[in-house]
Design a protein around this ligand. Structure first.
Ligand SMILES: Nc1ncnc2c1ncn2[C@@H]1O[C@H](COP(=O)(O)OP(=O)(O)O)[C@@H](O)[C@H]1O
Ligand SMILES: [Mg+2]
Length: 304
C-alpha cells in the first residue's frame, strides 16, 4: 500500500532526521512504528502525508507518487496528528463535515454520523470543540481523519494523554477499521499497544529503521525466558561449578536467575538443575518470566 524508497530528510537546520529509509507497508495491516522521542516518527509520517518535503528518495501510496501525483496520494490518506490543534469555536459536527468537504467528497451525513457514533462523540456533535476534554479532542481528530473515507490511516501517538478507558474504545475503532480493509500505521511509545494491536512492528532509532518484523515472529525470535530460583540458603558468590551455566545471582544472593532461549534446541534447564543438585544448592520455589516487547525494544535501542 505504501512504498518508501531511500528516503532521507535533512531539516533547514542541517539536522538529518531520516537516513535512507526503506519500508513497505502492506495493504490492510496494522503497522506499529516504535521509537523513542526524536527518532523521526513524526517526520516520516509528515513526508508520506505531504506535509514535509523529502530531501531524497521517493514514496508511493497505492502506486501514486506523493509528489508527482499528490492529490491522488493525499486523498487516500487520513492523518491523526500528534499535536492537538482543532478549530476551537466550531462544533464537532461542523469540523468533521468540513474536513470531508476539503477532499471534495459529496456530503454524507449518514457516514459522518456513523463515525461520530463509533467514536462515542455523537452526543457531543453540537458542542464546541473548546468545551471537550483532551481525550474527546483526540477522538475528534480521528473523526476528522476518517471524514473522507481514507484507505490508509496514520495515527501519530494517538493515545498520548488519553485515559485507559478511552484508549480501549479507540483501539476498538482501529480494529474495526482494519476489519473494513483500512491500512493503519500507528506510532507509539506505549509498547503494550503495539504488542496488542500490531501485525508488524518497525523500530526506528536516530532516523534509521533498525528492524521490521512480524510481531509474533519478533516476540518469538527475541523472546528470552528467565527461570528464577528462590534459594533456601543465601549464596555469597556463584559457585565455580555453576559458571558454565547462564546463571546470575540476584536479590542479595537469595535468588538465582537462569536466562534461556525458548527457541533453542536445548534450553539447558535440565543440565542447570542437575548442576545445582550436584553442588547441593536447594531452592524453595521457582517462577518464570518471559520478555515483553518492551524488553526487546529497550534492548534494541540501547544496543545502538
Ligand atoms: N522543523 C524542524 N527543524 C529541525 N529539526 C527538527 C524539526 N522537526 C523535528 N526536528 C528534529 O528531528 C528529529 C525527529 O523528530 P520527530 O520526527 O518529531 O521525532 P519523533 O516523532 O520520533 O519524536 C528530532 O531530533 C527533532 O528535534
Ligand atoms: Mg512524534
Amino acid at each position: 500500500m505504501i512504498s518508501i524508497n531511500n528516503l532521507s530528510k535533512t531539516y533547514a537546520t542541517g539536522f538529518r532526521a531520516l537516513k535512507n529509509i526503506n519500508l513497505e507497508i502492506k495493504r490492510g495491516e496494522i503497522f506499529a512504528l516504535l521509537g523513542p522521542n526524536g527518532a523521526g516518527k513524526t517526520t516520516l509520517i509528515g513526508i508520506v502525508c505531504g506535509i514535509l518535503k523529502p530531501s531524497e528518495g521517493t514514496v508511493t501510496v497505492d502506486g501514486h507518487d506523493i509528489i508527482a501525483d499528490y492529490r491522488a496520494a493525499r486523498s487516500l490518506i487520513g492523518l491523526v496528528p500528534q499535536e492537538l490543534h482543532t478549530d476551537a469555536f466550531e462544533s464537532v459536527w461542523a469540523t468533521v463535515s468540513f474536513s470531508r468537504g476539503l477532499f471534495n467528497k459529496p456530503k454524507n451525513p449518514a457516514y459522518v454520523e456513523k463515525i461520530l457514533r463509533a467514536l462515542s462523540l455523537w452526543d457531543k456533535k453540537d458542542n464546541r470543540i473548546m468545551t471537550l476534554s483532551g481525550g474527546m479532542k483526540r477522538r475528534v481528530l480521528i473523526a476528522k481523519a476518517l471524514s473522507h473515507e481514507p484507505q490508509v490511516l496514520f495515527l501519530d501517538e494517538p493515545t498520548a494523554g488519553v485515559d485507559v478507558e478511552l484508549r480501549k474504545d479507540m483501539w476498538q475503532v482501529v480494529r474495526d477499521l482494519r476489519a473494513s480493509g483500512v491500512t493503519i500505521i500507528l506510532t507509539t511509545h506505549y509498547i503494550e499497544e503495539a504488542e496488542d494491536m500490531a501485525d508488524r512492528v518497525g523500530v526506528i532509532s536516530k532516523g534509521e529503521i533498525i528492524l521490521v518484523e512480524d510481531k509474533a515472529e519478533l516476540m518469538h525470535k527475541l523472546g528470552k525466558k528467565q527461570l528464577i530460583l528462590q534459594l533456601q540458603k543465601k549464596l555469597d558468590v556463584l559457585p565455580p561449578a555453576l559458571a558454565a551455566h547462564n546463571l546470575t545471582l540476584a536479590k542479595d544472593g537469595t535468588e538465582l536467575v537462569f536466562t534461556y532461549d525458548t527457541q533453542a534446541e536445548r534450553t539447558g534447564v535440565t543440565a542447570m538443575l542437575s548442576a545445582l543438585s550436584a553442588a547441593d544448592i536447594r531452592f524453595r520455589d521457582l517462577s518464570t518470566t518471559q520478555s515483553s516487547l518492551e524488553d526487546i525494544f529497550v534492548g534494541l535501542v540501547s544496543e545502538r
